[in-house]
Write a new protein. Structure first.
Length: 432
């Protein structure tokens, strides 16, 4: 019988893509592949780890330890670890958790297959096994990052920016469409930089136009746009083409020049304000999502208050916040002491989310009695759970539709009337 292999994928959607492609390679190599925890006894488990910040590292280590215990019980045969945590701390992991059979870094599928006495098949590229709902999938357009943000460990883990050719991405997008994918989410550490290393000019708008020629793709969503370099031709495409989601994911991280300068973000408060105002004026119907970091070593109470004032003033549709994580190997780790206590970091993050809760509720209440187009993500008892174009899976709010005579399927796009709102969810009914 073929050996069974289960991959546990942790961390970001880029890791998910790596795991899905490895699953397809393993299946072509003759393995019986799984990606669910309920797969039962398994010959081989591969854990794809995240090593970005402390919380992610802790989760990865706990999962590794859980599976070392499963191995002791005889529930699994071999245990392999791959991904960002393994790339950063391979020697330490081998020493502290020797129960794992092998540790691999990032972008090592051929090495993993070779260790399993199988060959990596280029003919299988870029196909993959979708591990989530089959109506949306992530398309990773590049690897690595050329930015020098002082808090970020990604360039040290995944290297410099490397764009994938347009033709290769179009081929993968077609494969995804053939599998029934209706929403493609472009992902990269920095989407704005796509193509510059390969074509010597920005190519994101061109890539989007080419993907949207495929009529099977209903929605195209973009993650993440760097604040300093969003071209007007991309905003024009978003405005004119209804198939590209009016969802601008632009992590500004902070608004205070004191903090932005120390973070080496290469955009100032004034530039950030002008860019966001330009987007809001040009695309007033779009949802602007941002991500913030609080508790950076130089962040003063005045810096934090300025950030709170800006959030209140600009009123982002979507917002997430992280507490600063002091990461070994980053410029911030070398240049600063982690002097702000965890308690203060958490308090500032909680204050931001409390403010955002008020903003989100007001914006959601303004949508009541309006029509909206949504995609059905899943079904629960008495409800269909959906999303609008203004919401990305797993990180943004949902639209809850009471089950009735209509019976939409997962992946269907439907028109709804918004009937109610809470801070981070909408209620709706299906329209004929």
């Amino acid at each position: 019988m073929a050996k069974s292999v289960k991959i546990i994928s942790l961390g970001c959607s880029k890791n998910t893509v790596d795991s899905e492609k490895l699953l397809m390679q393993l299946q072509h190599a003759g393995f019986n592949v799984h990606h669910h925890d309920n797969a039962g006894k398994t010959d081989i488990v591969i854990i794809n780890t995240c090593g970005f910040i402390d919380d992610a590292k802790e989760e990865s280590i706990n999962v590794i330890l859980d599976y070392t215990e499963a191995r002791k019980r005889g529930d699994i045969g071999q245990l392999f670890v791959m991904g960002c945590l393994s790339e950063r701390y391979k020697d330490e992991l081998r020493k502290e958790i020797p129960e794992a059979d092998q540790y691999f870094g990032v972008n090592k599928p051929a090495e993993i297959l070779g260790f399993m006495e199988s060959d990596y098949k280029t003919s299988v590229e870029p196909d993959r096994i979708i591990t989530g709902p089959h109506h949306y999938a992530y398309l990773k357009v590049s690897e690595g990052c050329n930015r020098n943000c002082s808090y970020c460990a990604i360039p040290g883990i995944r290297g410099r920016y490397k764009s994938r050719p347009v033709e290769e991405l179009l081929s993968e997008a077609q494969l995804l469409a053939n599998k029934g994918v209706k929403e493609i989410i472009l992902i990269a550490q920095d989407l704005s930089f796509y193509g510059i290393d390969l074509y010597r000019k920005p190519m994101l708008t061109t890539l989007c136009k080419e993907i949207l020629k495929n009529d099977s793709i209903e929605w195209l969503r973009l993650h993440y746009l760097y604040p300093g370099s969003i071209p007007d031709d991309l905003l024009s495409l978003i405005k004119k083409n209804p198939a590209i989601c009016k969802y601008i994911d632009i992590p500004i991280q902070h608004i205070s020049d004191n903090v932005l300068s120390a973070m080496k973000r290469n955009h100032s408060e004034d530039e950030t304000r002008k860019l966001l105002s330009h987007i809001r004026d040009y695309l007033p119907e779009a949802a602007i999502r941002t991500t913030l970091i609080t508790g950076y070593p130089v962040e003063t109470e005045n810096d934090f208050n300025k950030l709170m004032d800006f959030i209140y003033e600009f009123r982002f549709e979507r917002l997430g916040v992280f507490t600063y994580s002091h990461e070994v190997g980053t410029p911030a780790f070398r240049n600063y002491k982690d002097i702000i206590t965890d308690e203060i970091k958490r308090k500032r993050a909680d204050d931001i989310m409390s403010l955002q809760q008020e903003i989100s509720l007001a914006k959601n209440l303004s949508l009541v009695r309006k029509e909206m187009r949504v995609i059905i993500d899943r079904k629960e008892v008495g409800y269909c759970i959906a999303r609008s174009e203004y919401d990305s899976p797993e990180i943004d709010q949902e639209v809850l539709i009471k089950a009735g005579n209509s019976n939409p399927k997962q992946g269907d796009l439907c028109n709804v009337l918004i009937t109610g709102a809470t801070e981070f969810d909408l209620e709706a009914k299906l329209l004929p």
